[in-house]
Write a protein that binds this ligand. Structure first.
Ligand code: AMP
Ligand code: MN
Ligand code: MN
Ligand code: MN
Length: 302
């Protein structure tokens, strides 16, 4: 693996704008060799992505970005190289999807009180049958002319202290990491610089995360500055965590982030993708009915 792999991306299965197939095609066109699809709280895009990746000669790492509530904050935990058939992971994610439905209704009620009726139907139309997230509400409100772009909708309506904000009640750190490990995957804290944590709270988060069996943190991220990358390279070293890298690509509407155009990890990082057995299935996990294989065995494509 010569190039830095891209281990954090979204498709229309959550709040990205490219279908899993389109995402894989764009990744291949960008020269990406290894890509993880990590939609929010769902594995719904993995099958389509795996089929497309095989046809394109791209290595797909099946993944997911799990919404977690830790000390009253929302933290995103990436599961990499998960078995998409794992019943425990799937059951956990089903619970999060049910909560998303409830939260969407609450967001819509609040927006209606603020003078923007019809937001649940509007967000659902944006989601086109996939799970409903805040981004879908934001796209609906842009369409209605409530603000110029998605970013300003977030700022004016959807973040803490604003009329459409609902404090998330997601799963625990322990549960999320537990599901990922049950699925044979590696748990990674997504974009750690985004949480605005003090040093002591960051230390507590990473201590808790390691105690649950967490393995890595995103050092290089589409939402990190180069300084952030150096800061979190140091955190990874000090905490004995592996380093991951991902664009957090959501689609061509955000042209400042491209698939796989990631700088290398700072010196001294241990890349999560250099671990033995990483991406060994290349997205071709054995079907749940196939006989159990020993871990680390190279599987011939089906
Ligand atoms: P949700 O999981 O439904 O609460 O939505 C979280 C997603 O909203 C993130 O993954 C981003 O895609 C998007 N998002 C969060 N904050 C912002 C922001 N300030 N501006 C634009 N998009 C945002
Ligand atoms: Mn998102
Ligand atoms: Mn995230
Ligand atoms: Mn993401």
């Amino acid at each position: 693996m010569s190039k830095t792999p891209d281990l954090h991306t979204h498709s229309t299965a959550s709040d990205g704008t490219l279908s899993p197939r389109e995402l894989m095609a764009r990744a291949a066109a960008q020269g990406v060799e290894v890509l993880a699809l990590t939609d929010h709280d769902t594995l719904a895009g993995i099958d389509e992505a795996a089929t497309a990746a095989r046809a394109l000669g791209l290595t797909l790492v099946p993944g997911v970005e799990i919404s977690v509530t830790w000390n009253a904050r929302t933290i995103h935990v990436i599961g990499l190289d998960v078995d998409p058939h794992c019943a425990r992971l799937r059951a956990g994610l089903a619970g999060l999807l049910a909560y998303r439905e409830q939260r969407a209704a609450e967001i819509a009620q609040r927006l209606a009180r603020a003078g923007w009726p019809g937001a649940l139907e509007g967000a659902r139309a944006q989601a086109k049958g996939a799970l409903v997230g805040r981004t879908h509400f934001a796209r609906f409100l842009v369409q209605r002319g409530a603000a110029q772009d998605v970013r300003s909708v977030f700022k004016r309506f959807l973040v803490k202290g604003k009329p459409g904000h609902v404090a998330g009640r997601w799963t625990t750190l322990e549960e999320a990491v537990g599901w990922i490990r049950a699925a044979g995957g590696q748990a990674v804290v997504a974009h750690p610089a985004r949480y605005g944590l003090t040093r002591s709270r960051m230390k507590r988060l990473l201590d808790d995360f390691r105690a649950c069996g967490g393995r890595g943190i995103e050092v290089v991220s589409g939402s990190h500055s180069r300084d952030d990358a150096f800061t979190f390279a140091r955190w990874a070293r000090e905490q004995g965590l592996l380093a991951s890298a991902g664009s957090d690509y959501h689609g061509p509407e955000s042209p400042w982030i491209e698939l796989g155009q990631l700088p290398p990890l700072p010196d001294g990082c241990r890349p999560i993708w250099s671990q033995p057995g990483f991406a060994r299935h290349g997205g071709a996990w054995p079907s749940p009915l196939a006989p159990t294989m020993s871990p680390g065995l190279d599987l011939a494509p089906a």
